[in-house]
Design a protein around this ligand. Sequence first.
Ligand code: BDR
Ligand code: CA
Length: 352
Amino acid sequence: MATPAAAPAGGRAPAADAPVAGRVPAPPPAVRPAAADVGARGGPRPVVLDCDPGHDDALAITLALARPELRVLGITTVGGNSPLANTTRNALRVLALLDRDDVPVAAGAERALLREPWTPVEFHGASGLDGADLPEPRMAPRAEGALALTEALIAASDRPVTLVATGPLTNVALLLRARPRIHEEIERICLMGGSLGAGNTTASAEFNAWQDPEAAAIVLGSGIPVSMMGLDVTHRALFLEPDVARLDALGTRLGRVWADLLRFFAAYHRRRYGWDGSPIHDAVAVAHLAVPGLVTTELLRVDVETAGDLTRGRTVADREGLRGLPANVEAGVDIDRGRFVDLLVEAIAASG
Ligand code: BDR
Ligand code: CA
């Protein structure tokens, strides 16, 4: 067995792929932040939402459709918070609630690339979106499926497209693997997933990254700029009891529906964490694109653990640049919570 090289005095042993001593490597180019995208200038940024609704996914959809800075080309669904049939139905129910029959929906992967699914029923309920009476779908999902729909929407767009991924990254990874040339037409992948610290599904990993770590590794290794809204920021994006009261006070149908949904979501987080509200994880990914400066970010090298057992799906940040690799991720680390809540309340108020 090979023995590791001796550590330099006072330092760590170099990683196997570290630069050779004596040569000064050029500083690697870091990923650019979302605010520097072409899509952030000159008209609404075209986005495709890939999601697994899910309470916070549903609110991400609601926010994206309400923001003038974004143009939602379509919605694709993935199995995650609930089986695919439920997440697809829930996306369609949310569109029925919002009276938005103009947004095409297509179903994607039922399960992760390599792993068996695990459904967090306690988190979102048996339907994946328990807690309120939602209308039944008014549309059918598109027959071509998520990959073909996304490909067609990207091909038809006159501007580079941003994928907003708020479920396990299976659909996005399949698209990147099946259509390598599509990389150039995707300006950014803004995802909710991962954590620079502890997880929420295991001690190591956040749910979306844990559910399909191989897909997450493909996305973070794709070379496409990634905005990673992980638990570091989303656990600060809490919708609290007084915020729910603001929805009641709207006196509208959507205000009532959303107050009921968020009371259901908060009950889980009260049991689990003792919090007086719930983190609206997925809406942070939408809000970050819509409102530059809302989320505080750091440019980091982040890779996904796929080999570990205890560490499956951990998103490992190389904060000290020990591997000599360029930053591939703009990671969210903090948020203006009050402004974020205002955005959500405004979106629900504007939606009827
Ligand atoms: C993520 O997992 C899901 O339950 C939520 O919808 C969010 O995307 C949070 O870990
Ligand atoms: Ca989700």
